[in-house]
Design a protein around this ligand. Structure first.
Ligand SMILES: Nc1ncnc2c1ncn2[C@@H]1O[C@H](COP(=O)(O)OP(=O)(O)OP(=O)(O)O)[C@@H](O)[C@H]1O
Length: 372
């Protein structure tokens, strides 16, 4: 019996999809790539999975796409367990870092290709309509007759995304699609991709190791470390309230300052001459080794007595400067306005509003806010 055409199975007015991973574990021999992953991606959400190399990002995408089976756990699309569905039936589009285009075909032929499969049965008129619309959205109309081996990296990636868009999949899965592009193009495509997603209103799962991409594009970010999901939240939640020191280090450029210290007589002490105001002590912070976290933009730096630090380095970033301060054995980064005129070896005093501190348990790395 012929398989039911995808176009008939998923009526075109139902394009969105809700994805849930229930306790998914994936092992390759003795190696555990994913452990007890619980993940929920809402309809129409732009969800970014952020993780370092080997964290399990691609494995997660491949499991959702049906290219890999979980060792344990379930994948649900719109509430339905899709364990028995093959990749084609799941109707998800995977966009990869390497553009999988046909080099001898024109852009137009590349865009038409996914719709010409027998499984889809898309009428010719509709193929032309969808290709024209995708080309307009991606601003590649002028390239339609060009062979894809004559395109720049950015243009090729647009065509790859176009091949996903014309299919009208239920879900877009994107595996570091911008990482092979140069910085300027990456920035431009970040904004475009976000706009495209908002216009289509469809579910996007985008994986990256680039925290700037995650922060600027995601409605929600999931931070993956060593196959485990550490924290899920909006970019603002993740930035302002990291669950542990790993997440604190993963977002922000420069990252959060993390300095080890402890509480002595109710007063937080990081190092000699580096005492935090008494108000900085958090509820539940007993006398134990702690790590104090402060974002560089929350460090205030002034010239004059009492001297508490020396300027170790000054980086000029146009709108702002990033100072590295030497405080005893510790280095502290501070973001200050560009007009600040400080030079290496200048003596300064620094401080911060205690409300801006995040305090972590040194042994577990967990934020006391999340632990309480
Ligand atoms: N088919 C496989 N066989 C054996 N090990 C695998 C296989 N696929 C992935 N792994 C391992 O599982 C872990 C997670 O891999 P995965 O590709 O999901 O990571 P990633 O976060 O996408 O990394 P990257 O950013 O480098 O692509 C890695 O340690 C990897 O070596």
């Amino acid at each position: 019996m012929l398989p039911i055409a995808l176009e008939e199975r998923h009526p075109r007015n139902i394009l969105m999809a809700h994805i849930r991973l229930d306790n998914v574990t994936k092992t390759f021999g003795a190696h555990t790539a994913l452990r007890n992953l619980n993940l929920e991606i809402a309809d129409g959400e732009f969800f970014v999975l952020l993780g370092e190399t080997g964290a399990g990002k691609t494995t997660t995408l491949r499991i959702i796409a049906g290219l890999e089976k979980p060792t344990e756990g379930r994948v649900l699309i719109d509430g339905v367990d899709v364990a028995d569905w093959g990749a084609a039936e799941r109707d998800v589009a995977l966009v990869l870092q390497q553009y999988s285009l046909y080099p001898r075909y024109t852009v137009k032929q590349n865009l038409e290709f996914p719709l010409k499969s027998k499984l889809r049965r898309v009428p010719d008129g509709e193929i032309a309509e969808r290709v024209a619309k995708a080309a307009k959205t991606l601003r590649i109309e002028h390239l339609l007759e060009r062979k894809t081996d004559r395109l720049s990296g950015g243009e090729m990636q647009r065509v790859s995304i176009g091949r996903a868009i014309v299919r009208k999949p239920r879900v877009f899965l994107m595996d570091e699609p911008l990482s092979a592009l140069d910085a300027k193009l990456r920035e431009a495509l970040r904004t475009e991709l976000k706009n495209i997603q908002m216009n289509l209103g469809q579910t996007f799962l985008f994986v990256t190791h680039d925290q700037i991409e995650a922060m600027s594009m995601g409605d929600k970010i999931g931070v993956l470390n060593n196959g485990a999901l550490v924290q899920v939240g909006t970019p603002q939640e993740i930035y302002a309230n990291p669950k542990n020191t790993f997440v604190a280090r993963s977002v922000g450029s420069p990252p959060m300052n993390l300095v080890n210290g402890r509480l002595v007589a109710g007063r937080a002490v990081v190092a000699p001459g580096f005492e935090l105001p008494a108000g900085a002590t958090a509820a539940g912070a007993a006398d134990r080794p702690l790590t104090f976290g402060i974002r560089p933009e929350d460090v205030q730096v002034e010239q004059g007595a009492p001297v508490t630090a020396k300027v170790h380095d000054v980086e000029n970033h146009g709108v702002e400067k990033i100072l590295t301060l030497r405080v005893g054995d510790n280095m502290l980064r501070a973001t200050v306005p560009a007009r600040t005129s400080l030079s290496i070896e200048d003596e300064v005093r620094f401080g911060w509003n205690p409300d801006k501190l995040t305090i972590f348990d040194q042994a577990s790395g967990l934020s006391l806010k999340h632990a309480s």
